[in-house]
Design a binder for this molecule. Sequence first.
Ligand code: BEZ
Length: 405
Amino acid sequence: MKEGNFRSGGRRKFLQDAAVLGSAAALGALAPAIVRAQAQKVKVGLMLPYSGTYAQLGIAIENGFRMAIEESGGKIAGREIEYVKLDDESNPAKATDNANKLVTGDKVDVLVGTVHSGVQAGIIKIVRETGVLHISPNAGLNAMTTTLCAPNMFRTSFANGQVGYPMGKVLAERRVKNAVTLTWKYAAGEESVNGFKDAFAKGGGKIVRDLTLPFPNVEFQSLLTEIASLKPDAVYVFFAGGGAAKFLRDYQAAGLKGKIPLYGAGFLTDGVLEVPGVAAAAEGIETTLHYGEGIETAKNQAFRLSYAKTYKLQPDVYAVQGYDAAVLLAAGLKAVKGDVANTKGMIAAMEKAEIDSPRGRWRMSKAHNPVQDLYLRKVVGTENKVIGVAAKALDYPPASLCKMA
Ligand code: BEZ
């Protein structure tokens, strides 16, 4: 993206106007206009799924985001936040139109979204074209922080491969010989599985079969029958939200639990253990993720307490990512004293920000993706208990694949 694409409208217009009027008196007359602009609210577009299998993920992200803003008194750098919400339905076909509606129609100052990697591809197209500031609080599309990276795009979550890779590493270190993979057939699942396979193959592991079904289909029966007949040493899956809850129950109901060990990207068991029947079905399952409920830091404990009090819900990884998105935005806005039109100044501050997150401290890679620890977790009751660090400060796929314009 060219530098000229950055939206510095307010500030640039002011300087042009001042040059035309060309006098100190004119500048004095315009000063109240600046004060008015600073007093205006910062418009945040929330493009998230509020319906379908990822609805709870969208809600948790919004909750986390709002909580961080409320913790600083509902304002950042003296400016209130105005939200414009849009349900993207996890529908890639509507993604560019939806993103365009927020950016060009509603003229949001920053676009925050989304969950689904296919929808994220549509957002990337629009934010690269317009230069609007963008923060992804979930969708892990690898390309966002590799081949399609851009100065105005940041992620506070993960890259899909970054979560799969450590699980492959753990199983390879345990000398597990072979595995079946299973996922929804779209970018997130495929990239998660590829990350898993990359590390698993390096350690000598073999893939027996790659199984898929279309997103958001939850008819798992024939696939479970196939797994039962293949009898692999392990199964690695990517599912999330409502689909993950159903898969865990179906795996148990098919009689596979305890017979064929099930592993996954941590989305399999995050945010679903309170759903009736799921905790028992998931008991003992190991996953890798950049968060776990029991992280014993003052920051995580305070975050969990405050979230539970505010929303009468337990927070999950999605809430953490939404919270961190607001913390990152605040770092940018504070650096430019609330002048949201100063995109370049905000980007410079956001690149340097070190986020004190409930997941642990993390920083941005050169590609604007978190460099972070990936935990090994095990389901115990309704908790994803952290039992180790599967990969320390993991930058994967490597930021060197990103060439910023
Ligand atoms: C994705 O589509 O990128 C995604 C969705 C849910 C959880 C994790 C990743």
